[in-house]
Design a protein around this ligand. Sequence first.
Ligand code: NAD
Length: 485
Amino acid sequence: MDSTTDLPKIDFTSNFQNIIGNALSSTPETRQAVDPSTEELLYPVPLSKQSDVDNAVSAAKAAFPAWRDVSYDERAQYILRYADAIEANLSGLQELLMKEAGKPISNATGELGFALAHLRETAKLRLKEEVIEDTEERKASVRYVPVGVGVGIIPWNYPVLLGLGKLGPAVLTGNTFIWKPSPYSPYTALKLGEIAAQIFPSGVVQVLSGDESLGPFLTAHPDIAKISFTGSTATGKKVMQACASTLKRLTLELGGNDAAIVYDDVDVGKVVQKIGPMAFMHSGQICMDIKRLYVHEKIYDEFLAGLVQVVKSFKVGGGGDPDAFLGPVQNSMQFAKVKDLYSEIGKQNWQVAVGGEPVASESKKGFFLPPTIIDNPPDDSRIVVEEPFGPIMPVLKWSDEDEVVKRANNTNMGLGASVWSNDIAKAEKLARRLEAGSIWVNSHFELSPYVPFGGHKWSGVGMDWGIVGLKGWCNTQASWVRKTF
Ligand code: NAD
């Protein structure tokens, strides 16, 4: 297909079906997810069973040999045409993402724009063969060959970015790909699958929707070679266990409890403006949101007061509110979990700098919670130890470098960490002592399709994105050629 004008118009308000072998595929039973801003049921989506998984895996397996033999450059062209086709459908996708994820429209637009740019940049990456030895007698090289049928299991917080962020590297390296969205946010994935069916050869990109039984069908399937999972640490452990029986390749992008350490030499007014959004973005429901903020005791009071003002300026509202910066918690399960953490405020006597326990109201719909800062709670309190994944965060005092590094590293989590200072060399030196997959100085959210992203310790195994991410979708092959007998 040469032009995106040839694309049939996608209907974003009905007909949500699985995509198997480039065809829409229904299931006898359906389910519905909920709009977290209104608590209203959204559209019916397929409830896939073992037979749907078997059909998708057969189509992916059949498509694999031919797709593997397509050149890198041609596969990249398919990805670029796919990105163009997505762009042609942007407004429908934005509206859908806003509804399913509970994202204010600016946030939904931002995710889609970022995901699209990411996909296009990914298409420029190439995994090159490495020649180790080339003499008159022999040549030895290392190749990276696609694993076969790959699956991306995606959480509900960034359904588009995380889905396309796995699809791009998987198909670029010559794998066929099955996308399993979260049951809480299946809508954009199904429509992105419908668009993909207009672009890619049959079986190269497929999408399956279902309930919590679907992931285990996939991790157990003998003809799936690789699972790339993003989600909680608890589920990641189950996925790893399930994949062991068929020795699947595995990438795990798991939970985080990111620390940010602020020195006393920063410009407080500037830094609170940056850190506020990096802690509360998407109502705290980003794996790499700042979740423990350590501020030097010399500036603690001034910094906290400034941060409180920033947080007070965040408007909380539903998808339909154009001025909202923070939306609701994404689903009822997560809402109950985060509310339980808020209920500790009174029980533990935590000092609240802004926000506090929500006041229940029968008439108010939506899973909304007030953005909340807990002022210097004990290091062993739940708000410091657990990943809240909601709009609540502790700010803690520090005074000694060795001690703050120890406190920041005193967790099983190791996704990201940052250090903030006007003295870049000092900050970088401290950052390099932090146990995390990404370390930042004077930032916390730098990401690039060229730089790998992933976690240390219980925050993950392997990394997505960049050349490291492409290698994760491949088996390494040693190639020996004897030139003389
Ligand atoms: P989750 O672990 O509950 O679910 C993630 C996905 O796994 C969903 O698609 C779900 O249906 C599926 N799943 C559930 N049980 C399964 C099983 N037994 N086998 C296979 N698949 C199964 O996570 P969530 O609540 O959707 O997402 C929030 C979590 O994700 C947070 O902990 C957050 O930090 C983490 N996260 C991590 C990253 C990262 O890049 N490291 C990015 C975003 C979110």
